[in-house]
Design a protein around this ligand. Sequence first.
Ligand code: AHR
Length: 313
Amino acid sequence: MAASLATALTSASFAADKLVVGFSQIGSESGWRAAETSVTKQQAADRGIDLKFADAQQKQENQIKAIRGFIAQGVNAILVAPVVATGWDDVLKEAKEANIPVILLDRGVDAPEDLYLTSVASDQVKEGTVAGNWLVSAVGDAPCKVVEIEGTVGSTPAINRKKGFDEAVLAHANITIIRSQTGEFTRAKGKEVMEGFLKAENGGADICAVYAHNDDMAVGAIQAIKDAGLKPGTDIKVVSIDGVPDIFSAMVAGEANASVELTPNMAGPAFDALAAYLKDGTVPPKFIVTESKLYTPADNPQGEYDARKGLGY
Ligand code: AHR
């Protein structure tokens, strides 16, 4: 058994038979985030893991403080959903020096890969590409001016979902992204940003589609479009990412056109990888990539809503 693994197994100051895992969560900016929190707690409970939960309220400094607290407590492992990509090196080095494996959930970091055990996340560039490809085929050769509501500035989903969408649409001269602004992954900010876009673009008459980096911002945008007297889904196409119940309701109502699903169950694969690592040193792949499936109104949105509504969204 590797020395670091042996230390990880014996350093916890908790009951020897119960794994203790710290989880630094970003906050609760979206329905998807709420579901991830609730699924993570459930996955931990199902495995008899003692999960120490810390809500960072969107602040990296709170996450760093929480991780230092987990290190001081001598937890067996740490899960972190990093709010932004940069600024993690020091605290990840501290966890490594304490022989505590760190697993990233749903977002990446700009830090050396040896500072974390594995990362469980979607391919966020692909999510953007899937959304963009959907728009390309939905508009065909017709001219289409797109407004984009981005996620949290400096977060990997905002960076990568923009990149993937750009890659899909920019080769098509009939599609142009005319405005981009952050909506911080929240419904309220998504609505506010869309209101600004509508005002700036002739009350919305010049907008063909809105691409939102998550469903919550799309739902906010849908409200803004309705308030402006237009029909979301018809006058302005709506494409976004997450697959939360509210976007399926919007599809049922004809107000949303497409969403790329992001599973809220990042913790299941993370705990499986951790269990194997702690058991016999099995090193997981550095990136465990979850699926990115496209849903449209043709995919039984009522059924998809029903299947998800009890999951903590
Ligand atoms: O990192 C995943 C993103 O974070 C989700 O798409 C979004 O809803 C959340 O806030």
